[in-house]
Design a protein around this ligand. Structure first.
Ligand SMILES: Nc1ncnc2c1ncn2[C@@H]1O[C@H](COP(=O)(O)OP(=O)(O)OP(=O)(O)O)[C@@H](O)[C@H]1O
Length: 245
């Protein structure tokens, strides 16, 4: 569970995140949605201390993240970025093993978990000895997810995790991933500017504008009861409405 209270971040005299409060329940998928530059990524990166908050507090499972060291925190919170965020000189097997190894899993445990994940993500075993540059974008994305999920973190943060993919692969990969039982039990915060993606994946959407949350709620609530003209204009689109019906 994530509890964000009165979170603020300024860069110089620009307020990137302006007094944001939200809660994400266990197993919930919350999507941070909004226009470019509205503060989504900054909000996400404060959750795992890649960016230090200017004000406010964040707790994960009841523990204030400011009281925990950054590297330790990032071992407990999975993090997925656009192109998978893989180190070029690590093989796929090494990439997936990174966190389990750091927290002391045995080689057998790591091997079993790796097999389980690549099987779930429909990646061929032959890929394990390759380097990221030898994979397709969709494969890299799935490896990035396998790496983030490897040590079974209770919380996973995702920043435009499908952004690098063509529309067809994007739909396929996200259905594949979010169909996994494992991910259903994980608390996920996902950043996107893609409305369809938000409507498809979110239990709740936090729609942001200029560093603030304009409205937060289940997708159908935002569609049917937009709090402002901005919310209506951002979401109002007949084909997208049809997706929910
Ligand atoms: N390190 C930084 N130094 C100065 N300004 C920054 C920094 N990081 C972000 N900003 C500014 O803060 C604002 C919010 O940025 P952020 O990356 O959180 O937006 P975003 O909603 O994720 O946008 P996008 O969808 O384009 O990635 C932007 O105006 C951005 O230019």
């Amino acid at each position: 569970m994530i509890d964000v209270r009165n979170l603020t971040k300024r860069f110089g005299d620009h307020t990137a995140v302006n007094d944001i409060s939200l809660r994400v329940g266990p197993g919930e998928t919350l999507v941070l949605l909004g226009t470019s530059g509205c503060g989504k990524t900054t909000t996400l990166k404060m959750m795992n201390r890649l960016i230090e908050p200017g004000g406010g507090s964040i707790s994960v499972d009841g523990v204030d993240v400011a009281q925990q060291d950054g590297p330790g925190l990032r071992r407990r919170i999975g993090y997925v970025i656009q192109d998978g965020g893989l180190f070029p000189h690590y093989t796929i097997a090494e990439a997936i093993a990174t966190v389990p190894k750091l927290i002391g899993w045995t080689p057998t445990q790591i091997q079993e978990r790796t097999r389980e994940l690549i099987d779930k993500l429909q990646l061929p075993e032959s890929l394990l000895n390759r380097y990221p540059a030898e994979l397709s974008g969709g494969q890299r994305q799935r490896v990035g997810l396998a790496r983030a999920l490897a040590a079974r973190p209770p919380v996973v943060l995702m920043d435009e995790p499908f952004g690098a993919l063509d529309p067809f692969t994007r739909r396929h990969v996200r259905r594949e991933l979010f169909g996994l039982n494992e991910l259903r039990e994980t608390t996920v915060v996902l950043v996107t500017h893609d409305v369809s993606e938000a409507l498809e994946l979110a239990d709740r959407i936090a729609l942001m504008d200029k560093g603030r949350i304009v409205q937060i709620g289940p997708p159908d609530e935002l569609l049917n009861h937009p709090a402002t003209d901005f919310v209506r204009d951002f979401l109002d689109d007949q084909p997208r409405r049809n997706q929910l019906e």
